[in-house]
Design a protein around this ligand. Structure first.
Ligand code: PLP
Length: 479
């Protein structure tokens, strides 16, 4: 039998399309079809399945065939059967929770994790819609006609002026608007700087060459992007003072996250800040400063930008991905004078990446003070979340040390040796998405930072955060 619509709308409020095809018994076919419907998310957690009798009648199979198929899927954890509430699709956590010894035959996947504790994304529900709309409207009304023509690759002058003022005030950056080039974020900046080059020669369309020193732990996406551009990256060991910049040698550039090492969380020690500038001066090299979450420091004033130490040796790169939203795709590079021309040449004659109208809106948003207000509000919100994370761990898992909490949108939970992989797995079973520290380790980094979880506390919506913490504490290894 193939493709039967089970129209049980009056009884269960849902239509169910099951394909009972292929060799083998009808029971096996029905079990397989139902499992696939749950696995693929077509049958959502909590959905009530039709009673045996009506599904059997709709499919033209025996009642026992349906009963057996349901029983098998209950044993596997895909379905639940409770007196009085019938047979339902299990929540994602249930296969492990109900019967830990029964392995699932296929990994469970739903449309998204129940609790998203991955680092990386700000609270999407907190995007300042009203203030952004107001800025957009004002920007559109005030824009000269030429703004609607092809954009200048340097970016709108209104935005470069607003950023020069803001970055000087809030981050200690020393610059002029004409040293700022707008881009669509940090990843775009890397592409512009390194292009599609080779190990031996200048990048095609790029500005800098490898080898590039990088922190021993960082974002794999950025490493992949550099590898695709033919740039060899050389990992620097990390210790409690940040990257060991004394390990730099013949590299032509180094990429650092000085305000808040990503992902381990500490600032670069002041002596190392000075040392890396000395190295760059001595070798004619350049430091790339990834200032991805520099505004979010909680217990004292933000650590100023490294660029302030030597604007001719540091390329400072920032974006709105953490402060506002990664969906805007807007960022900036603050360049030493000698790189402005080459970066503009790499960008091409016209702006091809960052919407000019979004740039105008951001200029209004920054110059009118809305950016400061939003960052201040989010800083308070994230600080509260961080404090709740720390309090939940102190109460429920006091043996777990939490580090990297002075700044940013994520923390690192230090785990007993050998427990990271199983904890990440157990979390996945409970519907918690997060990463272990190992996911960020440079493949050639000889020194490991130990076992740990990188917990992003910004992403869950406010109402879901308490439950997310509860779930997290539930999967941590016992003390
Ligand atoms: C380490 C790091 N650098 C930079 C960024 C910003 O990337 P982009 O501006 O390309 O969104 C992120 C993510 O937001 C990040 O985690």
């Amino acid at each position: 039998m193939t493709g039967s619509w089970v129209n049980s709308a009056e009884r269960i409020g849902a239509d169910l399309h099951l394909e009972l095809s292929g060799p083998g018994s009808r029971r096996a076919a029905l079990t397989g079809a139902l499992r696939e419907a749950v696995r693929s998310g077509r049958l959502a957690p909590g959905t009530r399945l039709p009673p045996y009798r009506s599904l059997a009648a709709d499919l033209g199979v025996a009642r026992n065939t349906v009963a057996d198929a349901y029983a098998e899927l209950v044993a596997e954890g895909w379905l639940t059967a409770r007196q009085g509430s019938g047979t339902r699709v299990a929540g994602r956590a249930e296969p492990l929770g109900r019967n830990p010894r029964t392995p699932a035959k296929t990994p469970l996947r739903t449309r998204g994790p129940r609790y998203d504790l991955r680092q990386g994304t700000p609270d999407a529900s907190a995007f300042p819609r009203a203030a952004w709309t107001a800025s957009y409207r004002r920007a559109l009304q005030a824009a000269p006609n030429e703004a609607f023509g092809p954009g200048d690759p340097a970016g709108r002058p209104e935005l470069r002026r607003a950023l020069a003022e803001y970055l000087a005030r809030a981050r200690g950056v020393r610059t002029e608007p004409d040293r700022i080039v707008i881009c669509s974020g940090f990843a775009h900046a890397l592409r512009l700087l390194f292009g599609r080059g080779t190990r031996d020669g200048p990048a095609a369309g790029g500005v800098l060459r490898g080898p590039l020193g990088v922190e021993g732990y960082g974002l794999g996406f950025h490493r992949d992007l550099l590898a695709a551009a033919g740039v060899r990256t050389v990992p620097l060991p990390l210790d409690e003072h940040g990257a060991r910049v004394d390990a730099l040698g013949r590299e032509r550039a180094v990429l650092l996250t000085p305000a808040h090492q990503f992902p381990t969380g500490g600032p670069l020690h002041p002596e190392r800040r000075a040392a890396v500038i000395d190295w760059a001066r001595a070798r004619g090299a350049v430091v790339l400063e990834d200032d991805y979450d520099g505004e979010f420091r909680y217990d004292r004033r933000p650590v100023g930008a490294l660029q302030g130490l030597d604007p001719e040796r540091v390329i400072h790169i920032g974006s709105v991905s953490k402060s506002l939203s990664p969906a805007l795709r807007l960022g900036w590079m603050v360049l030493p004078q000698r790189y402005v021309g080459p970066v503009l040449a790499a960008k091409g004659e016209r702006e091809a990446w960052a919407s000019v109208l979004d740039q105008l809106a951001l200029a209004d948003f920054v110059a009118g003070g809305s950016y400061d207000r939003h960052v201040r509000r989010m800083r308070q919100q994230y600080r509260r979340r961080r404090d709740r994370l720390v309090a939940a761990l102190a109460a429920q898992a006091p043996h777990i040390e939490v580090t990297g909490i002075a700044a940013g949108l994520h923390a690192v939970l230090r785990l007993p040796a050998g427990t990271e992989r199983s904890t990440v797995k157990a979390a996945a079973w409970q519907g918690i998405a997060l990463d272990g520290l190992a996911a960020f380790r440079h493949p050639q980094n000889p020194t490991a930072a130990g076992d740990g979880l990188v917990v992003g506390y910004a992403t869950p919506a406010e109402h879901a955060y308490g439950a997310a913490l509860e779930a997290l504490c539930g999967v941590l290894p016992p003390g």
